[in-house]
Design a protein around this ligand. Sequence first.
Ligand SMILES: *Cc1c(COP(=O)(O)O)cnc(C)c1O
Length: 257
Amino acid sequence: MDLNSIPAPEIDDRRTEELRTRLAAVHERIDRAVEQAGRTERPELIVVTKFFPAEDVLRLLRLGVRDVGENRDQEAAVKAEQVARLVTAHEAAGPAVRLELPRWHFVGQLQSKKARSVARYASTVHSVDRTSLLRSLRTAADPASPLECLIQVDLREEIPEDSRGGAAPSEVPALAEGIESAEGLRLAGVMAVAPLGEPAAPAFARLAELSALMRVDHPQADMISAGMSNDLEDAVAHGATHLRIGRDVLGNRPLPR
Ligand SMILES: *Cc1c(COP(=O)(O)O)cnc(C)c1O
């Protein structure tokens, strides 16, 4: 694909208006949830843009979004490059609003062989779930700008032997030590997806406990990445500092994968 052939979206196109409306609704939901939870700090919004094109990321940047998430390296690597070009083109056109590149959050299952690629564009990896990943992440990371790592925790009550997509709670301390002692990596906190078929609130409560436990030894690792379109209120009620919202901002994803 010729990256230079991507047309920059018109500033006030209909999609921008749709995204503006949806984004505003999500921010209102977050505000209400924060108020109901009696919290003083508002969680950060990460807009998960998987399946949606680079043009939508540019629209989101124009609407003030700074953090975007992706779950597949293949898609994210290309998109990050496209967005960089769109931002450059946008700057060259001399618009009134200056744009900065977004911070890319990698939220999907990570394979060791993808670590090098992910480290090129991502500022934060939310899905570190096994020590065998650390060597490739450390090799890939630039010690001058450390890669933020969150430990993804499997919150299911019963974790199957072959679990993919989350470390068992008992594995968290060793993983935290491993990240902390790796040059180029910074332990930033914990992440979870609410388990399918279980209520989200008690699961997020367990995540908050794990976070508190981890902060005894690693006080700076205070990120709690939890909450998606379906369960953001439960995540806010249980201390999430970062919400990962896709659908509610961008609409239904175009195609199942
Ligand atoms: C897709 C995805 C999200 C966003 O989910 P929505 O239901 O679209 O809000 C959040 N976290 C992860 C890990 C995802 O893969």
